[in-house]
Design a protein around this ligand. Structure first.
Ligand code: ZN
Length: 638
């Protein structure tokens, strides 16, 4: 292991586990694939501020140092994230390095296999974790995040020119493709699937292969027409909208769940999942096995079920926009498993983000949804669910509320989160999770003063078992500089003095201008990004952009949008593969106004022959702003 971490304790604390995770991953893969580790050695090199989580070079995997050397009290999520990352990179030795795609349009196959295998192999090392829930929260929200947008791309894309290979990567490959794979595995059965994979690896070892090559192998093992199946799932983008229709009659209720293709092409995504119907009047519950494709799924219920509540996709296997009953969460809370709660949270959030749903019967408004999330957060103990709820909370709070609404909900929301952190949880990593969201959403003077005391370590506020690392203090300093602009100069200077790690110090020096209260200083920082040499360390640039576009600075940062779009092609040519997407994400992700959307639409209109891949990335990145501005238009009190 090669590294340049100066904190010896940190290295000691992490080193053994890092080695063990690698050797466990190798053993697992040898067993699953039936093929010995195909190369002569496996080293790893830890790089600070590396722009990827990892890179699977044969012989020596490169990692982002912070992803392997964790701070004290890592959350379950971070521990899992590290194990998954190692599993992912090691899996590439078989999937990617032993069998390589024929051309870059199939670059996703190695990524989906690496993720798919990582998810399978992480399980034994974390017996206390609910893995189905983990798969759900790690894949669905981000897959939907792209697949619900106008710029959604299919899993498999055409790639005429290699210089655009980088644009193939994204959430569709990393998150939707594993969901598709799981459906494929459940269609074939685990054993048949594994046999197919082994045949694929031994047939194409040290050679090149395409996705259709794999489908050919698997197609011979099933009655289902896999080529047709793959056509919809792999070669086209988007997700079905599930529509529930009920008809009452003498005998009872006939319910039917059908897929609608919003693009109007009449596609359906063959899939199977579970669905639960609850009968609040009788405390009854039925679990239904849904097989959904061209034909609607139909079920007959007797009369006593005439006011049933529905939990679609209760086992988290299905994919699409599901009908949801918000009341179910509170009425059936004690009956729901962790996985079902996760599925319900995701269904509710996806439904909330549909502007056309606003005002429909039973549909929650953003402010109502914040109340629901608070209700969940004071009850839930599972860290993955807490993390999911807090992530949604931050998005709804910053994007879907007007300033007035936010100012109204803030005092009680801050109180609730502080209470969760201080009184309800003992686990330091859960405390940290709450603390991070608490500091992100805090805007009242009272709690900003509290955070300031915590940051300055003046001992007036102490939270038992909350351990903040140097990185946490740096994050807090950035956050407070933006929210207490009159103190920004003092905070930044003091924080700079306190930083011990030289790499962190250089990073903080770089982003310091973006924390300034002086707009001209921030403008100058943005201007400087137009020069390629100032964009060299991409993760620093992204950190700086995030500060410039902080939701509290929207009115001042909107002017950076157009020049950022104008730079995009150059960014793609000079930067690394994820940089254009992340550049756009940091630029557009925190905006929610009609004006911001118009700037983007105007740019696309003025560039009718714009690079198709980049256009899709722009449409993906502006999606949240688009939805938010439409929803706000309908829900924010004028
Ligand atoms: Zn990878």
């Amino acid at each position: 292991m090669l590294h340049r971490e100066t904190d010896k304790e940190k290295v000691e604390r992490n080193k053994d586990l890092v080695f063990n995770l690698h050797s466990a991953s190798i053993k697992w893969l040898e067993q699953y694939t039936g093929i010995k580790y195909p190369f002569k050695k496996l080293d790893f090199a830890l790089i600070p501020s590396f722009q990827y989580g990892g890179m699977e070079h044969v012989g020596a995997i490169q990692y982002q140092a912070n992803s392997l050397l964790l701070d004290e009290d890592p959350s379950q999520n971070q521990l899992l994230g590290r194990a998954s990352l190692i599993g992912h990179e090691v899996a590439h030795m078989w999937f990617g390095n032993l069998v390589t795609m024929d051309w870059f349009n199939d670059v996703w196959t190695k990524e989906v296999f690496a993720n798919f295998m990582a998810a399978k192999m992480v399980n034994p090392s974390f017996p206390e974790i609910n893995h189905d829930l983990n798969f759900l929260v790690r894949h669905y929200p981000s897959a939907y995040g792209v697949d619900r947008t106008e710029g959604a791309n299919p899993i498999r894309q055409n790639l005429p020119n290699l210089n655009e290979a980088g644009q193939m990567y994204g959430a569709i490959i990393y998150n939707k493709a594993p969901i598709m794979m799981r459906q494929l595995e459940s269609l074939l059965g685990e054993e048949t699937f594994q046999e197919g994979i082994q045949e694929y690896l031994s047939t194409f070892g040290m050679k090149n292969a395409t996705w259709p090559d794999l489908i050919n192998i698997l197609d011979q093992k099933t009655q289902v027409d896999l080529k047709k199946w793959s056509e919809v799932w792999v070669n086209t983008s988007g997700r079905p909208v599930f529509k529930l229709e009920t008809q009452e009659s003498e005998q009872g209720i006939a319910a039917s769940l059908s897929q609608v293709d919003m693009s109007g092409e009449g596609r359906s995504w063959p899939q199977s999942f579970k669905m639960e119907v609850f009968n609040p009047a009788q405390n009854g519950k039925k679990e239904l096995e849904v097989v959904s494709a061209d034909e609607p799924y139909e079920v007959n219920l007797d009369k006593s079920w005439n006011s049933f509540e529905l939990l679609a996709n209760s086992n988290g296997m299905g994919y699409g926009l599901f009908p949801v009953s918000y009341e179910l969460l509170t009425s059936q809370w004690d009956e729901l498993s962790e996985l079902e709660k996760g599925a319900q949270l995701i269904n509710m959030y996806e439904s909330l983000l549909e502007p056309t749903n606003v005002g429909k019967e039973g549909q929650a408004s953003p402010t109502r949804y914040i109340e629901l999330l608070k209700w969940v957060l004071v009850r839930e103990k599972n860290q993955l669910l807490i993390g999911q709820a807090l992530g949604q909370l931050r998005n709804v709070y910053w994007s879907l509320l007007s300033d007035d609404q936010r100012n109204n909900v803030a005092p009680d929301l801050e109180r609730t989160l502080f209470h969760c952190m201080d009184d309800l949880h003992d686990d330091p990593s859960i405390k940290k999770t709450f603390f991070n969201t608490f500091s992100s959403i805090t805007i009242t003077d009272n709690n900003l003063t509290r955070l300031y005391s915590i940051w300055s370590d003046d001992k007036t506020v102490s939270i038992d078992k909350l351990n903040l690392s140097e990185n946490d203090y740096i994050g807090l300093a950035s956050n407070l500089s933006i929210k207490m602009p009159e103190k920004a100069t003092e905070i930044v200077a003091a924080q700079m003095e306190r930083i011990k790690n030289p790499d962190s110090k250089r990073r903080f020096e770089f982003i310091a201008p973006t924390l300034s209260n002086d707009l001209a200083t921030r403008d100058a920082f943005f201007e400087s990004l137009k020069e390629e040499k100032n964009r060299e360390t991409e993760s620093w640039v992204l950190g700086g952009l995030g500060n410039l576009h902080h939701p509290l600075r929207r009115e001042e940062s909107i002017k950076y949008i157009l020049p950022s779009l104008e730079l995009l092609q150059e960014i793609q040519q000079t930067g690394d593969i994820f940089f254009p997407t992340r550049w756009l994400g940091q630029t557009l992700g925190d905006h929610n106004s009609q004006q911001a959307v118009e700037i983007v639409d105007g740019f696309l209109k003025d560039h009718p022959n714009y690079n198709a891949q980049l256009k899709m990335k722009i449409q993906q990145s502006v999606d949240m702003a688009k939805r938010a501005s439409e929803i706000l238009e309908k829900t924010a009190k004028k």
